[in-house]
Design a protein around this ligand. Structure first.
Ligand SMILES: [Zn+2]
Length: 506
């Protein structure tokens, strides 16, 4: 049976990035973008360029640097938004402008303060403007599920007539139910025959826990694009979770007859990277990517799985790429082995990068006996992120005991210049952060602190994420070390670098 292809439109970097506390710098956005391309998504919605200079820069950078995928920028149906979105995506291999306007009466009356006729006219005019700039234009009718179906159909028809090639019908507020949403989508196909000539997309929110179920109902009703996010990130309760949609289509392909271009063995790694850089942990029992998603605890289940895997398993952990906890390298491994292991991870290094990676690897391998693929992945990421930093932790010394106030001295490197800092304070972690502030000349306020082990064992790599407020704005930083104090200091310095990029630190 030939399966119909469903496009995966990833909005982790736009809708997901709007979640509170997520604060990605443009380099981190590119890192996630590159992994999304490796995962095989069709479209990356990279941001909302008009919303801030940082957002614009992130979208532009992804458009320039991430290949083999469509890069999309969001824009309200406003001339300035559309022109700025185009400026941000124009250098992409495949640029897309995604413009939207609300179509529900409640939004028209209270938010837009426009009549239906005005919305209809604006939608057509703004799609025409976008089409004059870019061949690939997506139009969304915001709050579609609470709109009058006839008016919605009129707006969608106008957008198609002006040249939109993808039409998105979102459940913006997460109110729909699956059977109802399927019927709604079928109704739009009947009212707007031109829909069969374009890509019909859905964008479902998870306020009632139905985002994935609603997306699936829409696919069964004829939608051919789903907007989703890694780990289900997104506004409020989030978007439909990419990994769930993809694995439903994959696992039940015989019944659904739909397929995607996703390389499912990249799912686990993508989930880990997004979780690491956003600071949003994945709940252990989360479908597909939760730590326990493939763990059989009950004796009866374990017994069954040992006898025959399919007794209790509908999917295999290796199908999402979860077999990488195997030990790949140790302290005696050479450059060749490191290069090969990196290539296995999909990372090719030039000679200079390999030298740097090998030096760092040796430092860790001296302290940690066994290096897993997951450790390597984190180490490489760490290195990439360090390259874009202007402030770097050169050294630190903390003296702490139960009897004395801790004292700390640090040296921070700023483009070859050494900045010393010191502090006396109530806790050893606090004293190190204050010493960094002293060196850089900032007054950061620690808003959040999370530490976790990357892999198991007493010698596990520790990863720390901090959120620091500088001049009234929050900046996040993540860093890795075999020593949690060092990881904390580096994470704080990374947050300071992000503040520097935004102009909050001189
Ligand atoms: Zn949304």
């Amino acid at each position: 049976m030939t399966s119909e292809r469903i496009n995966i439109f990833d909005t982790t970097l736009r809708d997901g990035e709007q979640s509170p506390g997520i604060n990605l710098n443009p380099f981190e956005k590119v890192e996630i973008g590159e992994q999304l391309a490796r995962l095989g998504v069709d479209v990356i919605e990279a941001g909302f360029p008009v919303s801030s200079p940082g957002d614009f820069e992130g979208v532009e950078k992804i458009a320039r640097e991430v290949h083999g995928v469509t890069v999309c920028g969001l824009a309200r149906a406003i001339e300035q938004d559309i022109r700025i979105a185009w400026d941000a995506v124009r250098e992409a291999e495949h640029p897309r402008i995604h413009t939207f306007i609300s179509t529900s009466d409640v939004h028209l009356e209270h938010q837009l303060r426009k009549t239906r006729d005005q919305v209809l006219e604006t939608a057509g005019r703004m799609v025409a403007l976008a089409v004059s700039l870019c061949d690939d234009v997506e139009f969304s009718a915001m709050d579609a599920t609470r709109s009058d179906p006839d008016f919605l159909a009129a707006v969608l028809s106008a957008a198609i007539a002006e040249g939109a090639t993808t039409i998105n019908i979102p459940d913006t507020v997460g109110y729909a139910m699956p059977a109802e949403f399927g019927t709604f989508i079928r109704g739009q196909f009947e009212k707007t025959p031109a829909l069969k000539d374009v890509t019909v997309s859905v964008h479902c929110h998870n306020d009632l826990g139905l985002a994935v179920a609603n997306s699936l109902a829409a696919i069964e009703a004829g939608a051919t694009q789903v907007e989703c996010a890694i780990n289900g990130l997104g506004e409020r309760a989030g978007n439909a979770s990419l990994e769930e949609i993809v694995m439903i289509l994959e696992t039940r392909r015989g019944d659904l007859g739909k397929t995607t271009a996703i390389k499912t063995t990249e799912i686990d790694r993508t989930s880990r990277l997004v979780s690491q850089l956003t600071g949003y942990d994945v709940q252990p029992n989360k479908a597909i990517v939760g730590k326990n998603a493939f763990a059989h605890e009950s004796g009866i289940h374990q017994d069954g799985v040992l006898k025959e895997r399919t007794t209790y398993e509908i999917m295999n952990a290796t199908s999402i790429g979860r077999s990488q906890s195997d030990i790949v390298l140790g302290k005696h491994s050479g450059r060749h082995a490191l290069k090969a292991a990196m290539e296995e991870l999909g990372i090719s290094l030039d000679e200079e990068e390999l030298n740097q990676a090998f030096a760092n690897f040796k430092k860790v391998a001296d302290k940690k006996k066994q290096i897993t693929a997951i450790d390597l992945e984190h180490l490489v990421g760490e290195e990439l992120r360090e390259q874009s930093d202007i402030y770097e932790l050169r050294s630190y010394e903390v003296m702490s005991s139960s009897e004395f106030i801790p004292t700390c001295q640090v040296i921070i490197d700023k483009e070859g210049r050494e900045l010393p800092g010191k502090s006396f304070s109530g806790g050893s972690m606090e004293s190190i952060f204050m010493a960094i502030d002293d060196a850089v000349g900032t007054q950061g306020k620690l808003k959040d602190y999370q530490a976790r082990a990357v892999t198991g064992g007493k010698d596990a790599l520790g990863e720390v994420r901090v959120v620091v407020e500088v001049m009234g704005e929050d900046y996040a930083g993540t860093a890795l070390s075999i020593d949690v104090v060092e990881a904390s200091a580096k994470a704080y310095v990374r947050a300071i670098n992000n503040a520097y990029r935004a102009g909050a630190v001189k």
